[in-house]
Design a protein around this ligand. Structure first.
Ligand code: COA
Length: 213
């Protein structure tokens, strides 16, 4: 039997028990982090399949750790984290956010985890990344968004490249996971990179839109 949690939604029509949403995409929607979901977030960060590719130690995290993280983030001016929802069912599936936001230099760091593994490989990570970039550049006026990703995390690297991130360097052999040694790759994105990823490259010979010709 389907529960109300996985019923299909009518796009654009909010229901009384719907979560609060800030940004609505095609497959995903983004809303604030929620105290009532701390148990779910805690489950994700205790899943070593999820954390093996995250900048987190692979260790047990009690609920109090998650509660302290929540208090820190909601009071911080420099960090913001979204809950990622499957847009159709409004099931919470992960978190994505911007950290170390610097409004003077217009920079931030990006981070993301999709904790519900049945949603991996279906385009949710790519779209969530793009929505956070659009929010960072468009709404917050940022100019450079940076991330770090392990060389063994091919799905993340591909998703980030599709959203507009470019590789800018690496720290060699700096992450050991289950006996494997990985590099830490640095990737960044400027508004123009994001636009190119969204619009695609201009076809050769296309007329310039610029007044200067
Ligand atoms: C990494 C993560 C965010 C990716 O999200 P996702 O929804 O699975 O990614 P998407 O489906 O949007 O895109 C993945 C892309 O990588 C490709 N891919 C998947 N596994 C791959 C592999 N082993 N090698 C190469 N490409 C791979 C997919 O085919 C897809 O590309 P395509 O659309 O061109 O076919 C998600 O797996 C996750 O949260 N993992 C755990 C936490 C984590 O690693 N977070 C990121 C830390 S930097």
């Amino acid at each position: 039997m389907r529960s109300s949690k996985d019923r299909p939604r009518t796009p654009g029509r909010a229901q009384a028990d719907d979560p609060v949403l800030n940004i609505i995409g095609n497959k995903v929607a983004l809303g604030p982090i929620r105290k009532d979901l701390l148990g779910l977030y805690q489950r994700w960060i205790n899943d070593f399949e999820v954390t093996r590719t995250l900048d987190l130690p692979m260790r047990p995290f009690p609920l109090e750790y998650e509660e302290a993280w929540y208090q820190r983030v909601i009071q911080s001016d420099r960090d913001l984290t979204f809950t990622i929802y499957d847009r159709q069912t409004l099931r919470p599936i992960g978190n994505a956010g911007l950290h170390q936001i610097d409004y003077q230099s217009r920079t931030a760091d990006f981070g993301m985890a999709i904790g519900e593994k049945d949603f991996w490989g279906r385009g949710y990570g790519t779209e969530s990344t793009g929505l956070v970039l659009d929010y960072g550049f468009g709404t917050l006026g940022l100019h450079n968004i940076l991330l770090q990703v392990f060389s063994g995390n091919s799905a993340a690297i591909r998703a980030y490249e599709k959203a507009g991130f470019r590789r800018i360097g690496e720290r060699r052999e700096a992450r050991r996971v289950n006996g494997e040694i990985w590099h830490i790759l640095f990737m960044d994105c400027l508004p123009g990179d994001r636009k190119l990823a969204k619009d695609g490259p201009r076809p050769a010979g296309a007329k310039s839109q610029s007044r200067r010709g």
